[in-house]
Design a protein around this ligand. Structure first.
Ligand code: SF4
Length: 480
C-alpha cells in the first residue's frame, strides 16, 4: 500500500484528483500507460496516466506545513524553494516562512541572523555539506524538518559506495541545479566528481576517456564541473554514472552506454567481464517518478492531439523534460498556471530553446479550413514558425486512448462496480456532442505541480468553447 501524505486541502482538485484516483483503482500495478480522455464535447483533454506530485514532493510539502503547525511561536526558514512551483512557495511565504537563498544558492538573508531555536527546513533537493556545516556552526539542527527526498539520498549513498571503491562519480545533471550542487558536494567527500549536462558533453568526456583528447581539452571543456584536484589522466580510469533524478531517463542511459564504450575502447576492447573493473553498474539511481512521468508522456503524445499544454514552474527541471518530449510531436505550450492563458487567441509561455517567456497568437483555435485538414495544418495556423516545422516533421502514431470500456477488469471490487461512463465518450455523450471535429488538448504536468493548477487550466479552456458538457457530466461515474 503506497504511503499517503496529508496535504493542505487547497492543493486538491475537483477534477484531476478524481481522475487520478479512478485510474489508480483500476490499474493498481501501474501497467496501463494509456492517457485518460475527458470529453467536454467541442474540446477534449487527453490526460497523462502519471504526472504531478511525486512521493518526494508530497513528503516535502507535508513536512513544511507540519513545521508551521508545530512551531507557531518560532521563526521558520526555508533554505531555498521547497520545490520548483511558484504557487507552493508563495503560499509558504504568505504563512511567514522566510527563504534564506534563491535557487542558484545566492543568499537572500545572511546565515548569521539564525539562532539555535529557529526552524530551518531543507528542501526536497537536499543541500550541500558546506551549508549543513554553516548551519551547524550557528547551532541550528536540520534533522526535524529535513525534506530531502529519499530518492535523492539514494543517489548520494550510491555515489559514496562507488567512491569508496575508487570509482570517479560522473553526474548527469545541471551543474547549478540545487540537487546537482548537493549531490556534487556529498559525492566529492568520497570521490573525484565531474558533471555532464547532456549527450554532447558526455561525448567530449568519452573522447578524453578513450584517449582521443587530452587533459587540456578536459580542463577547457569542463572548466567549472569537476571537483578540486581532479586529474583526467588518473581519475577517468574507473567511473560510475549517477544522475540528477529529474533528467531524461533515456539520456542518462545513453550517456552511461557511451562512456562504457569509451572505456571498452580505452582498454583494448575489453571483454564484458573486465569492464566492471573500470565501470560501476549504477542503473538503480533513476527515480521512479521521473521514469513513470516520462513513460506516460511518451504514451500520451503517441496518442496524438492538436496541441500539448504542460503545466509547471519555469525553473522545474522535470517539467522541462516533459516539454522536450511533447514538442517533438506537438505544438507545445509550457505554462506556469492558468494566468498564462491570456485568451483563446493569446498564450504566454516559456520557450525552452531561448529560456524566454513569450506570447504566441492563435494557439487554440486554428482557422477552420486548416482545422479540418488535421493536426499538421492546425499547427500551420500558428505564428510560431519553429513549432510548425517541429510538428510538421513527425506525425503521431495513433494508439487507443483509455476509456472505461477498454480498461482491464478492475483490480479492486470497488472499481468493478463502476458505470461505463468513467473515461469514455459514451453513446449518450456522442449524441450531444457537436459534429465538428473536437479540439484535442494533451495535458500534463511536472512532479512539482499541484493538481489544482491543471484543473484551473482545464476549466479556463473549457470556458472558451460553446455548448460544452458540464464538469459533473464528464466526471459522472468517477465520483464515489
Ligand atoms: S522527482 Fe523523484 S527524486 Fe525528485 S522529489 Fe520526486 S520522487 Fe524525489
Amino acid at each position: 500500500m503506497p504511503r499517503t501524505f496529508k496535504l493542505p486541502h487547497f492543493y486538491h482538485s475537483p477534477v484531476i484528483s478524481v481522475v487520478k484516483h479512478a485510474r489508480r483503482e483500476t490499474d493498481v500495478r501501474k501497467r496501463d500507460l494509456s492517457p485518460t480522455l475527458l470529453d467536454f464535447g467541442p474540446v477534449r483533454f487527453k490526460i497523462a496516466r502519471h504526472f504531478g506530485f511525486c512521493y518526494g514532493v508530497e513528503n516535502a510539502i507535508e513536512i513544511a506545513y507540519q513545521a508551521l503547525a508545530e512551531n507557531p511561536d518560532k521563526r521558520i526558514f526555508l533554505l531555498s524553494e521547497i520545490i520548483h512551483n511558484p504557487r507552493v512557495n508563495e503560499n509558504l511565504k504568505h504563512r511567514g516562512v522566510r527563504f534564506l537563498m534563491d535557487t542558484a544558492g545566492t543568499p537572500l538573508l545572511p546565515f548569521d541572523i539564525l539562532m539555535p531555536d529557529d526552524v530551518v527546513i531543507v528542501p526536497a533537493f537536499g543541500t550541500t555539506v558546506e551549508v549543513e556545516q554553516a548551519l551547524k556552526a550557528r547551532g541550528v539542527t536540520l534533522t526535524a524538518y529535513n525534506t530531502t527526498c529519499p530518492f535523492v539520498e539514494k543517489v548520494w549513498r550510491r555515489s559514496e559506495e562507488i567512491g569508496k571503491q575508487d570509482y570517479t562519480v560522473v553526474i548527469h545533471g545541471k551543474r547549478y541545479h540545487e540537487e546537482t550542487r548537493a549531490t556534487f558536494s556529498h559525492a566529492q567527500a568520497d570521490a573525484p566528481v565531474v558533471v555532464v549536462r547532456d549527450l554532447s558533453e558526455a561525448q567530449a568526456l568519452a573522447e578524453v576517456i578513450s584517449g582521443e583528447e587530452d587533459a587540456a581539452f578536459f580542463f577547457e571543456k569542463f572548466a567549472d564541473r569537476f571537483s578540486p584536484g581532479f586529474d583526467p589522466t588518473v581519475h577517468l580510469k574507473r567511473i560510475g554514472v549517477v544522475n540528477q533524478t529529474t533528467m531524461l531517463a533515456t539520456e542518462t542511459q545513453a550517456i552511461a552506454d557511451l562512456l562504457r564504450e569509451a572505456i571498452r575502447t580505452r582498454y583494448g576492447d575489453a571483454e564484458d567481464a573486465e569492464i566492471g573493473a573500470h565501470f560501476a553498474d549504477t542503473k538503480d539511481t533513476l527515480c521512479y517518478a521521473t521514469k513513470e512521468n516520462q513513460d506516460a508522456t511518451l504514451a500520451l503524445i503517441a496518442d496524438g492531439g492538436d496541441i500539448a499544454v504542460v503545466v509547471g514552474g519555469y525553473n522545474s527541471s522535470n517539467t522541462s523534460h516533459l516539454v522536450e518530449l511533447c514538442q517533438q510531436r506537438l505544438p507545445t505550450y509550457f505554462i506556469r498556471d492558468a494566468d498564462e492563458l491570456l485568451s483563446p487567441k493569446e498564450i504566454r509561455h516559456l520557450a525552452l530553446e531561448t529560456k524566454q517567456v513569450k506570447t504566441t497568437k492563435d494557439w487554440l483555435f486554428p482557422k477552420s479550413s486548416q482545422r479540418n485538414s488535421g493536426q499538421q495544418s492546425a499547427v500551420g495556423s500558428q505564428k510560431d514558425s519553429s513549432r510548425q516545422s517541429a510538428v510538421g516533421s513527425r506525425k503521431p502514431e495513433k494508439k487507443p486512448t483509455t476509456t472505461l470500456a477498454s480498461l482491464p477488469k478492475a483490480e479492486s471490487e470497488a472499481s468493478a462496480e463502476r458505470p461505463d461512463s468513467l473515461f469514455a465518450i459514451t453513446p449518450k455523450a456522442e449524441s450531444r456532442k457537436p459534429k465538428a471535429t473536437p479540439t484535442d488538448i494533451v495535458l500534463t504536468a511536472g512532479a512539482s505541480c499541484p493538481d489544482v493548477l491543471l484543473d484551473e487550466v482545464l476549466q479556463k479552456i473549457v470556458g472558451w468553447f460553446p455548448n460544452t458538457r458540464s464538469v459533473e457530466e464528464v466526471l459522472e461515474g468517477y465520483q464515489r
